[in-house]
Design a protein around this ligand. Structure first.
Ligand SMILES: [Zn+2]
Length: 241
């Protein structure tokens, strides 16, 4: 990432859009005849502030079309969500699994796999995935914005794909070597940690071992006991294996 617009100590932008997750399209897909040609609900901000309403601001958030892989931004309002590229109607339902799940799930909403949830032989795709349950044989999860690991999660990192891995509060992970674009630690993380973007250590978090990251932000109260290589690009060459 070229632009270093991160202000140290600031809350990450992901938090800002967290509230948007609830919006779901209760679409009768037939209701709207045509896919919108442009982004829906482009709010024109009148300078006079005449359109102030009680509704939440339509924060733009990133959508990944799980069919064609195209990334775009949506205002996050209710309504049918189309991929502007392949025109697939994208589901935005939030899911929660408290028991076995054997069916693949594709959504632009959030997915929660709770302590008693078990994914078996299926691919689960969501924008944000919270994993506190078990990924069984052949299961994979993809959180295209983030994946948060809870304290009861049982899985292998090979089963998890995301640009931003969050070690949740109360979660303790020990791994010999780990590499991710962004890692956020609110629990405990021990190992040889390679980050290519931003490492965030929350007030409840602690990192031990060795850390290589170009950028890091740390809240007061967070712990760090590690050999640190900060502010340099990691060498991707040796990651190959
Ligand atoms: Zn698409």
């Amino acid at each position: 990432m070229a632009g270093s617009k991160k202000k140290s100590g600031e809350v990450s932008g992901f938090d800002l859009v967290r509230a948007v997750g609830h919006t779901r399209a209760q679409q009768a897909p037939s209701a709207s005849s045509k896919p919108p040609e442009e982004e829906p609900h482009k709010t024109e901000t009148t300078k006079g502030g005449a359109r102030v309403r009680k509704t939440a601001l339509p924060t733009k958030h990133e959508i990944l079309c799980y069919e064609c892989g195209y990334r775009f931004f949506s205002a996050g309002r209710a309504g049918t969500l189309y991929c502007p590229k392949c025109r697939t109607i994208l589901e935005s339902t939030d899911y929660r699994f408290d028991a076995d799940c054997r069916e693949p799930v594709k959504t632009t909403g959030t997915v929660t796999i709770s302590e008693n949830g078990v994914v078996e032989g299926a691919l689960v795709i969501g924008s944000r995935v919270y994993l506190d349950g078990t990924l069984g044989e052949g299961a994979r999860i993809q959180g295209y914005v983030q994946v948060e690991i809870g304290p009861h999660a049982r899985f292998d990192f090979k089963q998890v794909e995301t640009p931003k891995l969050i070690i949740g509060e109360g979660t303790s992970i020990r791994k010999k070597r780990m590499q991710h674009d962004h890692i956020e630690v609110a629990g405990e993380l021990t190992g040889e940690i390679h980050v290519t973007g931003l490492l965030t250590i929350r007030a409840t978090g602690c990192v031990r071992g060795s850390v290589t990251t170009p950028r890091m932000t740390m809240e007061e109260g967070g712990g760090l006991v590690a050999d640190i290589c900060l502010g340099v690009e990691d060498t991707p060459a040796e990651m190959a294996s």
